[in-house]
Design a protein around this ligand. Sequence first.
Ligand SMILES: C[S@@+](CC[C@H](N)C(=O)[O-])C[C@H]1O[C@@H](n2cnc3c(N)ncnc32)[C@H](O)[C@@H]1O
Length: 314
Amino acid sequence: MTKLKRVLDGIVDTRRHHVYEAAQRVLNRIPMERARALQFEWLMVPFPKYAYGMQKAAALASALDLPGFTAIEFGVAGGNGLVAMEQHAARLSSDLGLSIDVVGFDLAIGMPPATGYKDLTYRWSEGDFAMDEQALRNRLSTAQLILGDVSDTVPDYRPYSPIGFISFDLDYYSSTLAALQVVEGRHWDNWLPRINAYFDDLRTIEWVGERQAITEWNARHDDRKVGQVKGIRDSVFSGPAWAEKMFEIHLFEHPVYGKEIGSADWVGSFAERARSKPTLRLRPVPEDSFRAQQLSRARVRAGLQTPLRSEEPF
Ligand SMILES: C[S@@+](CC[C@H](N)C(=O)[O-])C[C@H]1O[C@@H](n2cnc3c(N)ncnc32)[C@H](O)[C@@H]1O
């Protein structure tokens, strides 16, 4: 047994550099930038719900030939969501040549006093989620931070580019209803005709919290509505729980509401993308990339085509 082990150790020892060199060859051939692009495309990133909503907004902006859009987070707190939003915006900007403005609204000193039972006083307390403003600003590079109570800051707010994605994470009914004012008025340039929205705090009954704010806002408006989008869970690879928190705000009288875009803003799993043939291609696979060669080899094995010219024999 010891003799056999010595022989095996000897073989491993003499072959170790071959194994190391082979591993290095493989690693060198994986383009990390491409891997990161794929992770984003397949929503394998922090805050995938934001990535999903922003991809859809990007697809819609592109389909409408618009140069970009604004993504907003209502309720920033420590800032992990806003930092992720900024990263998603950077990726979409570089991949699609869009200009994406990222904006975060927060009170900074934590939750304000509740206005009544609809604010779920049994769950949240005044002062919860206070922000370390300086620490957050050090982590941000391009995002705009608008600090103050949303009932004061939102009515005067004008976006630089049409709003395409909003995350509502203010917890309270009263704060959410105040934030929804960002979709009021008739300045059509302020919005894409359909805004993708994420509501974080739906785990309650419809008479309180965010759900009550949505009901009240809808009751106040005939020309625009916010509603949950069904069927996302089936179309996203991992079937995530956040799918049921994805909404859209439709502005029926927006000048380009009815402009035909087909399924251009469908975003989903790889299979879904292939089926729907969306116009959103986050980045074409370069011919000489590792992924293209893998695909080519698989196709050759399946008898579908000859290898790429640049490919080494295998
Ligand atoms: C749950 S935290 C947000 C967490 C954050 N989205 C994240 O993913 O890390 C809720 C935030 O909403 C903010 N907020 C609630 N009501 C507000 C109001 N009326 N005006 C401004 N900010 C408010 C609070 O200050 C708090 O920071």
